[in-house]
Design a protein around this ligand. Structure first.
Ligand SMILES: [Zn+2]
Length: 271
């Protein structure tokens, strides 16, 4: 599933190829995404120029004049720049530019979205989002204050997009391991010192993933390749039954909420 780093990598990959470009038409081959693609979108975008692209959580916001196209990649979506007209099975939407290039959206499972808004502050998908993890408003102090009296597990807490956006299951698991916090600990019990460490680790892992993603940017313009998502060596996620790299204790697997989790019983303290 595309996570924040992949979305950021996508943004950086497509940005130079779409900013200032005039859209000649929009082709919607299949409007049945998570929400139906609004019929007004082709009319709204025709003959318009893309002024800016930004990311909010895992949403990409393409600004056209004072309005925005909101794109989410869902479970399996990807965007690529193409110079070719050859369409593959799950290529549902094309923004066609005047210069003959396309921004092409592919999404086999169709959990993504293409929506339209004139107010990104009030849109139902965006208005409840917490701070960006790579912004100044995100730090250990913030997590500590926001978590007091919260009985939810610290892992669910940091994966809650109202608390902070873009911390997916793998990133949460790895950051909790690096910070030495057991994922099942009650969020309200974790110390300020540990939250400082955790915030630092979340930032570190997201930045590293974005850097790794950055090495595959050329894939975005290769015409028919989906973006090559980063590969990163995982220290705890998916390592149930294997030995901890730090202390050789067996990594335990559990489920928190609906999600697979793993932790080292020795290195990750319970609060
Ligand atoms: Zn260990």
């Amino acid at each position: 599933m595309p996570e924040l780093p992949e979305v950021e990598t996508t943004l950086r990959g497509i940005e130079p190829y779409i900013i200032g470009k005039k859209i000649s038409s929009v082709i919607i081959r299949n409007p049945s995404l998570r929400w139906p693609v609004p019929e007004e979108i082709p009319k709204k975008l025709k003959n318009q120029v893309i002024d800016r692209i930004q990311r909010r959580g895992k949403y990409l916001l393409l600004q056209v004049s004072k309005e925005y196209l909101i794109i989410h990649l869902g479970m399996s979506g990807s965007l690529r720049i193409s110079k070719q007209a050859d369409i593959k099975k799950h290529d549902h939407i094309d923004l066609c530019f005047e210069d003959g290039t396309y921004l092409r959206y592919c999404d086999p499972r169709r959990f993504g979205c293409f929506l339209w808004t004139d107010d990104i502050e009030k849109h139902f998908l965006l208005k409840h989002l917490g701070p960006e993890p790579l912004s100044n408003s995100f730090n250990g102090e913030y997590l500590f204050e926001a978590s007091r009296k919260r009985k939810t597990s610290v892992k669910n807490f940091i994966m809650n997009s109202r608390v902070v956006v873009g911390v997916g299951n793998i990133y949460a698991s790895e950051a909790l391991y690096a910070a030495g916090i057991r994922p099942t600990s009650k969020a309200g019990k974790v110390t300020k010192k540990k939250f400082n460490l955790l915030a630092q680790e979340i930032v570190k892992i997201l930045r590293k993933s974005i850097e790794n993603g950055g090495t595959t940017l050329r894939d975005f313009v290769s015409g028919d390749n989906a973006p090559g998502y980063f590969k990163q060596s995982l220290k705890v996620y998916g390592r149930e039954g294997e030995k901890c790299y730090k202390c050789s204790t067996e990594i335990k697997g559990i489920r928190i909420g609906q999600r697979a989790s793993a932790y080292c019983p020795k290195c990750q303290a319970k609060f």
